[in-house]
Design a protein around this ligand. Sequence first.
Ligand SMILES: [Fe+2]
Length: 432
Amino acid sequence: MHAQTSRPSANSSTSSVSTTASSAATPPSALPPTPDYDSWPVAVAIAEVTSDSRVLTVTWQDGRVSRYHSVWLRENAADDSTINPATRERILDLSCLEAWPQIAAARLDDSGAVELIMSPEQRTLRFHPGWLRAHDYDNCEDPLAPLVAVETWLGGADAAPDTLDASTFSTTAIDSPEEASTLEPALESLLRKGLVRLRGLPTEPGTLARVAERIGPVRATNFGTLFDVRAKPDPDSNAYTSIALPPHVDLPTREYHPGLQCLHCLENSVAGGQAVMLDGFAVADALRQEDPEAFSTLTQVHWRYANTAKTTDYVWHSPMIVLDDQGQLSEVRIADFLRGPLMTDFDLVEEAYRALMALQGLLRQSRFALRFTYAPGDLVIFDNRRLLHARDAFEGDSGHRWLQGCYLERDEVRSRYRMLQRRQRERSLSDA
Ligand SMILES: [Fe+2]
């Protein structure tokens, strides 16, 4: 990792080539393309470039120094020997080059871009300064950091979901600034807290599909693309009754359980049926603090998740708490009514159940529960691999309770959020 340094002297001993921008009388040339469809404003210009055969060193006008390997630059060039200009996908196979790519010459051109001559190809490549700055791996503290920092939360009497007025959202133009003014904070809440509530949407059946598709494609399951959550005869899920539902994620019986769940309230006039949400990451963190052995057990024992419906037979085995390869919480699979018989080592069974009961004890604590009542027009979107949702029992004869639901994937939230940021950069460039 580089510390920031002052501008190097012109006779730096590591410099085989060192050139600053010339004061050409002709108009500056345009900045080169980038190997993507994104926009990269030049917030900080390059002051100077130096290189040896294997490393380009860029000194920025704010004093930052960034190093880039010749092989990395060769692979990430934007010319048509490296990417297909029609798709911006790479066509270069590095192993087909005659030799390891080296920098024969480096200079800053009159547009402020870096121009390299690569050997042995004798190929001239140009690099956009905004793109180089955005991909400065030499000064990147955590390239795997999430788009938005995860923030765990507790419930309690005063807790409420992040809530946005969406009364005009469903009529805004796709990709418009008006759409972004609701969608961007909504997706940010989803990425940060795993939960957001939009209020004031129309209550026509099917509205959910049109709203959800503004984030990304809806994931179909054996419950359909849009499913109706209401008491019905001959139910194929406890969700389709009026009984209370304990805290759970949906579809842990799948290898890849849905990353996102949307529930849109069309009607709610029943007595009871209050919704409850818990941050599964906050519960898992509390278990890690209070009972590290139980936490460890639940990250290792593979439980059996099984669907017992009449016409489908989904089964998957997974730990109840899943960590990523950095040791960070990645997902929880908690749904007591969707677990089959535990099939694990004989000697692990009692500790597995002890750990499960420690977790269940936490789930009953009111400090984790965020409670609210759905109003018609509410759309609650939550991370189904992080949050647990539950429901109080309701009196089926006291009125009507009708939610429509659907699933999407976490990927769609991240992609849409990046696209909103890209559109914002494009607008700031066109306004400049
Ligand atoms: Fe559910």
